[in-house]
Design a protein around this ligand. Structure first.
Ligand code: ATP
Ligand code: MG
Length: 491
């Protein structure tokens, strides 16, 4: 172990927010050791802006709770942690961990329970990469480096601590972390990792919960280098493990959307991580639509069912939360509305809650060469900057054009539902329809009480109010075997 002076590593307390200093100081005052560890130290040394600062200490979660009282909450089961609030900031405080006991690992060697407290040396050995295992004590101006991690920072190398095969077996998510950090930091991957990072090794990801994989997919989408990591996911065979029906081919649309996501992050704009799922699943969605249409299903029903099917199959890999699934289906449905809007609904559409996401999606499609958008991306783009008079003229012109040449194309999203002439917008996604289908199945002989409560729930759904004990929230989600997932009405 070498102790480095913080200034030699380019670190100083001036770079740290008061919240992390407050947490470290309180622990030190109470007689415990406390350090900053992980991404915070790594990113500061690389001159990057850390996402957050994690603390580590020899105090147990119960002792941390004693120090911080009501400012502290103990969370997690597999990995017990303390969440400490300092002002409005939340700091994650972990206790030094010892090696896992064999009794709490799965048959494949995966760690299932991991609350065995230990020393700083043991804690170090449990971390994933050398560059994530430096301990910084800002008040002492010290960085503890147990494995020449500083050299790896300098050489821009991602090196796993210990035997790479064992470390991947213990926690297969480390494969995703390898690609994420390599892409984010632009580091090269140590040859010892490359040697064992085979498609066979990626099969281990099948044992990881699809909830955790969803979280990891979000980190990949939002790290600011999505564009760089996508080909790596394909190259290392991770893509198939993360996505059920998305071909291992980066389409111009995905490419453009990924670059756009990275740019937005760079300039500090917000992104909805579900948006990129909508992009990835767009092609499978269209294919499903076509297949329903070919069977004679009405367009609106085909789109609704195709959306549910595609998301159901994706849930074998990553469980997308319900609200994000709804967002994705709404963005897809918006494509139809924006492509062939009823003239009297144009203004209402432009102020719809899903307009921005739907329009961005349409424009990205158009700019990536998808001519099925028929130039409507550009049309909406200029519409938004027009004065009231200009808008009126643009709508009139659009209306005449529309009457003259009824848009005909192979794209199913173009198919229009003509009956409605109202100026208000119909709901994009009718959650209640899918839910009714399900509840009829699960409660064949419902009492009048059940019926009333279902009606109450339906009313709540229509107002967008869905609470945790609503049946829609309890649908069985985890189905790992894709061959068991059939297309058709969702159960
Ligand atoms: P960032 O927050 O920028 O994504 P990070 O390195 O801080 O990167 P976190 O997921 O916040 O990553 O984890 C904090 C630290 O905990 C890591 O730096 C690493 O030392 C350790 N760690 C996290 N996940 C694992 C894992 N799966 N296996 C071993 N150590 C891990
Ligand atoms: Mg972190």
């Amino acid at each position: 172990m070498q102790t480095l002076h913080a200034s030699k590593c380019g670190l100083s307390t001036a770079q740290l927010p008061s919240s992390i200093l407050d947490v470290l100081d309180s622990l030190t005052k109470a007689g415990y050791e406390a350090y900053i560890v992980g991404g915070g130290v790594r990113d500061l040394m690389l001159g990057l802006n850390p996402k957050d600062f994690d603390a580590v200490t020899n105090a147990t979660p119960a002792q941390i709770k004693d120090v911080f009282g009501r400012r502290c909450r103990i969370i997690g089961r597999r990995f017990e942690l303390a969440h400490v609030y300092s002002g409005r900031e939340l700091i994650e405080v972990a206790t030094f961990r010892a090696p896992p006991k064999t009794a709490v690992t799965s048959a494949a060697g995966m760690i299932l329970r991991d609350n065995n407290w230990g020393t700083i040396e043991q804690d170090f050995a449990r971390r994933d990469f050398s560059i994530n295992a430096m301990y910084y004590q800002p008040r002492k101006s010290e960085v503890l480096d147990f494995c020449h991690a500083v050299d790896d920072i300098q050489n821009k190398t991602l090196r796993l601590l210990g035997d790479p095969t064992l470390r991947f077996e213990e926690d297969p998510v480390r494969m995703l972390r390898t690609l994420r950090f390599a892409a984010k930091l632009n580091f090269s991957i140590d040859p010892d990792i490359l040697a064992i990072f085979t498609p066979q090794m990626t099969q281990l990801l099948r044992d990881v919960s699809p909830h955790r994989l969803y979280d990891e997919s979000q980190k990949l989408f939002t790290m600011g280098h999505l564009h760089r990591v996508m080909p790596m996911l394909i190259k290392f065979g991770i893509w198939e493990q993360l996505f059920a029906d998305i071909p291992t081919e980066i389409t111009p649309f995905m490419e453009r959307a990924a670059k756009n996501t990275d740019q937005r992050i760079q300039i500090g704009k917000t992104i909805n991580p579900a948006f990129f799922y909508a992009v990835l699943l767009w092609k499978p969605f269209l294919e499903r639509c076509h297949s329903y249409l070919a069977k004679g299903v009405a367009p609106a029903e085909a789109r609704a069912q195709a959306g549910l099917d595609v998301l159901k199959r994706q849930a074998t890999r990553t469980i997308i939360p319900r609200f994000a699934e709804t967002f994705i289906r709404e963005v897809w449905e918006m494509q139809t509305r924006l492509l062939n809007p009823k003239p009297q609904q144009i203004e209402a559409l432009s102020s719809h809650a899903r307009f921005r996401a739907g329009f961005d999606f349409l424009l990205l499609r158009e700019k990536s060469g998808d001519d099925a958008t028929q130039g409507m991306g550009t049309w909406w783009d200029s519409y938004q900057t027009m004065s009231v008079d200009e808008k009126e003229r643009a709508i009139g012109q659009y209306n005449r054009q529309r009457a003259k040449n009824r848009r005909k194309t192979a794209d199913v999203t173009l198919v229009e539902d003509t009956k409605n002439t109202a100026t208000s917008i119909e709901p994009l996604v009718k959650e209640s329809e899918t839910r009714n289908r399900r509840s009829r199945k699960s409660t064949p002989a419902s009492s009048s009480n059940d019926f009333r409560s279902r009606n109450d729930q339906r009313a709540k759904l229509n107002t967008g109010e869905i609470n945790a004990d609503h049946p829609i929230m309890k649908r069985k989600r985890v189905q790992r075997d894709l061959s068991q997932v059939v297309f058709g009405p969702t159960q």
